[in-house]
Design a protein around this ligand. Structure first.
Ligand code: ADP
Ligand code: MG
Length: 685
């Protein structure tokens, strides 16, 4: 039996005052609390309503348009609010049948109350929307109030003054009209729903009143609202189209804490996981199960496996936050399965996204303030790293990222936030994602005789933020080539079983979820600590003794701790043992040997990543600068003769071409200038 609006109001009054019991009315108490706290929203658990009156709850789900205002009206009456106070009853926790995936929203849901979940991709500015428009008749000055209950602005047809009754003109009197806050947000499917590189579907949501500006881009939200439709714009011939665009008129919005835990594991799963973890070779087993279709690259597979587990962020006493996520960069020749590895991780990770350096949205990798095409107003849009918050962002061809991203990605990698202040929008968004990136060398192929910084289009400051960098080269080597070819051929024949991994992708994913859920506080044992200390000090000392470059800095020590913790987690242990550290040191040395080796001297040099130039070259630059300075002094500070600079450099075994390159660079940076043609002078002195 259907109730009319008045009956619904009465039922809700009873619900507030007598559910579950007159002596203990749950919602009456919440209403009293609303008064004290000055809140204007009452949140109703839909389960309670079902329990109180099943038919009423059904009617609300099926015909919300007609009666959704009634619970709010009843709220006003129970609250004892004056007529123009805005109070809203909001519903949360709809039954599972009404929880719809954004992708599955269809015509049957139109004008129904539904619940959707998604990540906020874009938030518009908060604007005033008129709900009661007061007009004045220009002929007789009569005021006419028109309620604005749809998205199309309504104006009076005739004057309501019987003595006038003419049809205008009317002007809007803004001071007497009533406005509420209005905001449009776009939500998209959660990353975990987008397995296999599907593009996200997006839903427009209209938010009003006190719940505007609650959600930020990157937040995971649960929205309850009515699915509305708006007829699409006119066709070329002037008529309207038969298709409609859809949007959700939001009744309630809840921001969910992102946790891996909402992915359910069965008891069976847990048993299996514990069994797997008891194998002393668990780390090897997981590594060997990563991307089984790719041959070799064992250390890369190990590194990305560690990334799946990662560590927990630490908040220090002074409030600084140290990230627990590791960032990994794969650099290398084309066709060495870099993209393949990224795609595999995107498939296996509990929460991840796969994107190219350019990003798939207008916001690119980080975030951007965007002007909305239709409304012309500004909106804040989340980029890939914000959407991948609490997961892994697989960024292919990261060297192709936009200049805006280049300037904000440093903050995203270290502080794991993205701050934006533009066009009046100021926000700090969370971007707690691990980055797994791939980059191609500038000149197509990697040249192992040149420092990394010179070969890829990424700043040394950015490179130094990666915990591990691997170089994958495609050097022909007969024995390897044969093995890879055999491996690929196997994949394409019915021998597939022979390369079956120990753990399938589902098992790895579940294992990672379980370990992140159960292993929270990871500590280093004394022996593990000592081993790290010993390693750090010995390597630093090596540099000192030989007066060679500094091979390791505090940042790398943090990386080693992070990775060791991830390895403990992989074993389902919260204690980092000395074996974990030992293993990670090996992996780390493997990465460092590839990227930090000075091609001229063979010494390992972390600064090379920072400055993009090995010490042997940095030394030469210092020599050239000294030559300029000395010659300048000899010439009574009138500048060094350029030809003499080349001559003296040659005497120091520095080639003319290198000297020319360095002089050009120094001139460009402003460290050297030409007081006269053919003369050079240092700016610094
Ligand atoms: P990249 O992104 O490095 O340019 P891709 O990931 O697109 O390379 O790989 C190119 C192709 O070569 C893929 O189909 C990949 O499976 C294959 N391939 C390259 N190296 C290997 C390998 N070591 N084992 C198996 N397949 C490989
Ligand atoms: Mg590629």
């Amino acid at each position: 039996m259907k109730l009319n609006k008045e009956e619904v109001i009465d039922r809700f009054k009873e619900f507030y005052e007598a559910y579950p019991d007159v002596s203990e009315p749950k919602y009456k108490k919440l209403i009293d609390k609303m008064k004290i706290e000055g809140k204007s929203s009452l949140y109703i658990d839909f389960d309670d309503l079902i329990d109180f009156d099943f038919d009423l709850s059904e009617q609300l789900l099926n015909e919300p348009e007609d009666i959704l205002a009634s619970p709010s009206q009843a709220l006003k009456e129970v609250y004892g609010a004056e007529a123009n106070k805005r109070l809203t009853a909001r519903f949360i926790n709809l039954p599972p049948t009404e929880r719809i995936d954004i992708r599955d929203i269809r015509a049957v849901h139109i004008n129904k109350l539904i619940q959707v979940e998604g990540v906020v991709r874009r938030t518009s500015e908060v604007k005033p929307e008129v709900i009661e428009a007061v007009f004045s008749c220009e002929r007789c000055s009569e005021y006419i109030t028109i309620m604005q209950d749809s998205h199309i602005f309504k104006t009076p047809v005739t004057c309501s003054n019987p003595a006038c009754g003419r049809n205008g003109p009317f002007t809007l009197v803004k001071t007497y009209s009533k406005f509420i806050d209005w905001q449009n947000i776009k939500i998209q499917e959660k990353p975990e729903k987008l397995k296999g590189g599907r593009l996200p579907w997006i839903m427009d949501c209209i938010i009003k009143d006190d719940i505007v500006d609650l959600a930020q881009p990157g937040n995971v939200v649960t929205i309850v609202g009515i699915l509305k439709t708006v007829q699409e714009g006119s066709t070329k011939s002037g008529g309207k189209k038969t298709t409609f665009t859809k949007s959700i008129e939001v009744n309630s919005i809840e921001i969910k804490e992102k946790d891996i835990q909402d992915l359910e594991l069965s008891e069976e799963d847990e048993e299996k996981i514990l069994e797997l973890s008891s194998d002393p070779k668990i780390c090897e087993n997981i590594t060997n199960s990563i991307a089984p279709s790719i041959f070799g690259n064992q250390h890369v597979k190990y590194a990305v496996a560690l990334q799946l587990f990662s560590s927990e962020a630490r908040i220090l006493n002074d409030g600084t936050r140290i990230r627990g996520d590791s960032h990994i960069l794969l650099v290398g020749d084309p066709g060495v399965a870099k993209s393949q590895i990224l795609k595999y991780i995107n498939l296996v990770a509990p929460r991840s996204i796969y994107t190219s350096g350019k990003g798939t949205s207008a916001a690119g990798l980080t975030a951007a303030v965007i002007r909305d095409e239709t409304s012309g107003s500004f909106a804040l849009e989340a980029g890939a790293l914000v959407i991948a918050d609490n997961g892994i962002a697989c960024i292919d061809e990261i060297d192709k990222m936009s200049n805006e991203d280049r300037s904000s990605i440093h903050e995203a990698m270290e502080q794991q936030t993205i701050s934006i202040a533009k066009a009046g929008i100021i926000a700090t968004l969370n971007a707690r994602a691990s980055i797994l990136a791939a980059a191609n060398p500038k000149r197509g192929r990697f040249d192992s005789y040149k420092p990394l910084g010179e070969q890829i289009d990424l700043l040394p400051t950015l490179l130094s933020r990666f915990d591990l960098i691997f170089i994958l080269t495609d050097k022909p080597k007969e024995s390897e080539d044969k093995k890879i070819a055999e491996h690929i051929l196997k994949l394409h024949s019915n021998e597939k079983q022979s390369i079956m991994p120990v753990l399938g992708t589902d098992e790895i994913r579940k294992y990672a979820i379980y370990s992140k859920k159960t292993i929270k506080e990871i500590t280093l044992t004394e022996e593990a600590k000592n081993r790290l200390l010993e390693f750090y000090v010995s390597i630093r000392k090596k540099g000192e003794e030989k007066n060679t470059p500094i091979p390791i800095t505090a940042r790398q020590l943090e990386s080693l701790i992070r990775l060791s913790e991830a390895r403990a987690r992989m074993r389902l242990s919260d204690k980092v043992m000395v074996e974990d550290v030992e293993d990670i040191i090996q992996l780390y040395m493997k990465s460092i040997e590839e990227i930090g080796k000075d091609p001229e001297t063979g010494e390992i040099d972390i600064d090379m990543i920072m400055t993009g130039r090995p010490k042997s070259q940095r030394d030469k630059i210092t020599v050239i600068m000294d030559i300029i300075s000395n010659l300048d002094k000899k010439n009574n500070n009138e500048g060094a003769l350029t030809s003499e600079v080349y001559e003296e450099a040659r005497a120091e075994n520095i080639s003319d071409s290198f000297t020319r390159k360095i002089i050009d660079e120094l001139k460009q940076k402003g460290d050297v200038y030409e007081p006269r043609p053919d003369r050079l002078k240092l700016t610094l002195l």
